[in-house]
Write a new protein. Structure first.
Length: 200
């Protein structure tokens, strides 16, 4: 069985591949967007992570006829009512400018005391089959927002996020350490039973 991972990021495919092999699931071939015939990129105009994940997964399944998995993720800060949320990548107004996004969040949270800096990385993964089966799973990685960036690994808000039970920021952890506990890994793991069912 072929599954489309509706992303251009090989790391997302590798993460799902690792989860499937750890679960002992065989006979599943994963493909990135670059490995299928190009189709128009859907507009991610959903209000929630689940909305956007489903928009991407439905588009992939409809265009390719393959079972498709897509994810949408970001940082949810309690004090900011769950923002930046779905706007995480473009919080500063410029898409994908990590430095500007981090600076803006730090400025917005500058006067917030330590006991009110709770935050979580959230990932919602959607699996859609060409026949119309849809499953959505959410993973959360709880922690708090630091007062300044720390660490050079990772991307996005990793340097500002200190996971629960950790003295380091997410950007001070190795990719392997991060993958073992990450929000995306937690969401993808919940889809394993359905993938096993579809593959059998």
């Amino acid at each position: 069985m072929v599954i489309l991972v509706a992303s251009g990021n090989p790391k997302k495919l590798a993460e799902l591949d690792r989860i499937l092999s750890e679960a002992g699931i065989e006979g599943v071939e994963l493909r990135l967007l670059s490995e299928v015939e190009a189709y128009p990129e859907p507009i991610e105009d959903g209000r929630t992570f689940a909305d956007n994940a489903l928009i991407k997964a439905r588009a992939g399944a409809a265009a390719t006829g393959l079972v498709t998995i897509a994810d949408d993720s970001g940082l949810a800060i309690e004090e900011l009512n769950g923002m930046p949320g779905v706007l995480s990548a473009r919080w500063s107004g410029q898409h994908g400018n990590d430095h500007a996004n981090n600076d803006l969040v730090l400025a917005q949270m500058a006067d917030v005391p330590d006991d009110r800096r709770a935050a979580a990385f959230v990932s919602v993964c959607a699996l859609v089959t060409p026949e119309g089966t849809e499953r959505v799973a959410e993973g959360r990685w709880e922690g708090k927002l630091l007062r300044e960036p720390r660490g050079a690994n990772g991307f996005g808000y990793d340097p500002l996020f200190q996971p629960e039970g950790e003295s380091r920021s997410a950007a001070e952890m190795s990719p392997a350490e991060k993958n073992a506990v990450s929000h995306r890994g937690r969401a993808l793991s919940q889809l394993v039973p359905l993938i096993a069912e579809l593959a059998s």
